[in-house]
Ligand binder design. Sequence first.
Ligand code: SAH
Length: 348
Amino acid sequence: MTHDQRVRWLRCEDPTELESLWARADAVRREQVGDEVHLRGLIEISNRCARRCAYCGIRAGAEVERYTMPVADVLACAAQAAEFGYGTVVVQAGEGPAVRREYVRAIIDGIRTTPETAELAITLSLGERTPDELSEWKAAGADRYLLRFETSDPTLFDRIHPDRSDGGAGRFAALATLRALGYEVGSGVMVGIPGQTWEMLAADVERFAALDLDMIGLGPYLPDPDTPLGRDPRPAGAEQAPNDELTTYKTLALARLVCPRTNIPSTTALATVNKTSGRERGLQRGANVVMPNLTPPAYRSKYTIYPSKACLSETAAHCRGCMRRRIESIGRTVGTGRGDSPNLQRAR
Ligand code: SAH
């Protein structure tokens, strides 16, 4: 598929034509990664953040009560993941020195030295960190790292990250470091960022392929009125890619076609724009992973990266049952084991 064809798919509004895109993405998903849907238990360990991302509800200076989960609470969540049969925990937080290197190390060590959790895959999602930190965490037993590049357009990147002026180079450098260190590497974008054109979104998809990603996370941009981007969006006129459900599915389907063996979650942001069936539609249009939330509700309610987030007040046990039902309702099976990236296994 050429760049122009991708742009054409992104712009396509014809339901019959789109059915053929969904069918292609679903067929490639089935052939390349199978019918299993892998569950990753998400633990939002801290909302402390040093960055000022213009879209994010927990950026530095935002009016939100800050927390960092005690290590013991994080390990209790990991034990719950193991008990629920999840093969992976995803440890996510804001970015910066307040999420201390030693703290993350203690979490990894705790998971690895507790017999019940020792076999879990550990995915980190802690923003841009130094090569030294990434190396220490890998050596301690972290397996995977998620770091979205958010947009491949350098000018747009700088606009939505007013505390940076590197056009995203820091994120791409970190992704290269992660690859060199032997992590499974995940990245992704938000769909429909004000100022993001169809062309840019097609280029984002092409960047997924160039990075040979093992995991791709993408969801609609959800405006928060209490953020700079929410207050002053400045869209790109007729060329603006919408932040809607349909555009997200199209991007997801194209991501599956360019990275056939990658792991792709049907994200919470997608479930937020369609609480009834967003998760299922994502799984039927290229995705093969879901990330049930394990964060205890008292912390979860403070991890407000965007408004009206799905599953905000549910308990971990509720999320578990809900995800299983949704997966089985569309004739898929719940994955067993760690669900390592078929993409990286092939590369090795
Ligand atoms: N601090 C970590 C984790 C960030 S939260 C990091 O920087 O990587 C994970 C993802 O949530 C972000 O990468 C971003 O793509 C998404 N996100 C943040 N704010 C959002 C919003 N308003 N709407 C949609 N997605 C958002």
